[in-house]
Design a protein around this ligand. Structure first.
Ligand code: PBG
Length: 343
């Protein structure tokens, strides 16, 4: 005797042939599709990275990041107004110094581009949340994220904590709301929290780049800020792409050290990691759609191989669906506009 199920009625027979038809019925109506969207993507979920540089009167387009530029602070005002008008709640500042040295001293110069940009933005648009990336790689002549050890061949994680803390305090002094340590040094969150508290900045939050992979997708960014390591790579402190459990441990460690928000970076290739961290932590999670992810979409769109608007919004909503509260993306301004047009 056969064990297979035999449908009794026509309805059952149809359901057995195409069980998805009952689910799909609700998709036929645009209002129903809108009403039943499980994941929302809005301008308020987006953070725009901004590259600010020393000097005056210059806006330099970044070849590897079409649509993005390096701004001197005196030219940034109109862009800030446009970001506010787009409904984007936050920017993430990266500094590009004129001069670099072995210690990366430019990182905590109160007259560096990041502190000056922060003061300008806070005066012009006090409601815009200012986040400052805290790392030494943009400021060191060797392009590594920290101080080198005695051999000069490897980053000294412990020795890098005071300079990172110093940079974080300099940015807090300039008025940033959030510091975002991205150097992936052990104990950097605890060191920065202690330094901020000690300097009277108890209200400044820490968005830790807690789960940051050693990724090829940072290539265009390193061109943008000239921060590619002059020798070696970042595999000694950034995460191996194959390791999801280790990736979760990094974020949970930073939560214990006092991080207010966690981050997964890159975003698109690591949606599973966002989901795993979401399941283990109650902190807000940001995901960084990095330069290489953006460049892929841009390059395909330029060749007419992909519908840029649909592909970009799909990539962003997927990052939200995986569990990210915030998405840091070079698409923030475009996406905010597309979302408004679509509404
Ligand atoms: C380090 C930093 C990097 C990025 C953000 N912060 C570069 C790196 O780790 O090599 C990459 C961002 C991107 O690719 O868009 N300061």
């Amino acid at each position: 005797m056969s064990m297979s199920y035999t449908p009794e009625s026509t309805a059952e027979r149809e359901a057995a042939i195409d069980p998805r038809s009952a689910i799909g019925r609700l998709r036929r109506n645009a209002a129903a599709r809108r009403m039943l969207a499980e994941t929302l993507l809005r301008p308020e979920h987006l953070v725009l990275p901004l590259f600010v540089k020393d000097g005056r009167d210059s806006v330099t387009p970044i070849a590897s990041l079409p649509g993005q530029s390096q701004w001197t602070v005196d030219r940034l005002g109109a862009e800030i107004d446009a970001i506010v008008a787009a409904g984007i709640p936050a920017v993430l500042l990266f500094g590009i110094p004129d001069a670099k040295d072995a210690e990366g001293t430019g990182a905590w110069d109160p007259e560096g581009a990041v502190p000056r940009a922060a003061r300008m933005i806070k005066e012009r648009a006090p409601g815009l949340l200012v986040v400052a990336d805290v790392c030494l790689c943009e400021y060191t002549s060797h392009g590594h994220c920290g101080t080198l050890d005695a051999t000069g061949s490897c980053v000294d994680s412990h020795a890098t904590l005071p300079p990172l803390a110093r940079a974080a305090v300099a940015y807090a002094d300039a008025g940033v709301d959030v510091v975002a340590p991205s150097a992936m040094m052990d104990a950097q969150v605890a060191a920065i929290r202690a330094a901020l508290d000690g300097a009277g900045h108890r209200d400044v939050s820490i968005l830790s780049y807690s789960t940051k992979f050693a990724s090829a997708f940072y290539g265009p960014f390193r061109d943008a800020v000239a921060s590619a390591p002059s020798f070696g790579d970042r595999a000694t402190h950034q995460l191996p792409p194959a390791n999801a459990r280790e990736a979760v441990r990094e974020s949970l460690r930073d939560e214990k050290e006092g991080a207010d928000m966690l981050m997964v970076k890159p975003a698109g290739p690591y949606l599973d990691v966002i989901q795993r961290i979401r399941a283990k932590s109650l902190l807000p999670i940001a995901a960084y759609q990095v330069s290489g992810e953006y460049a892929l979409l841009k390059a395909a769109a330029e060749r007419g191989w992909i519908d840029e608007r649909r592909a970009a919004l799909e990539s962003l909503v997927a990052i939200r669906r995986a569990g990210a509260d915030l998405v840091i993306t070079y698409y923030a301004k475009d996406a905010a506009r597309w979302l408004r047009e679509g509404a």
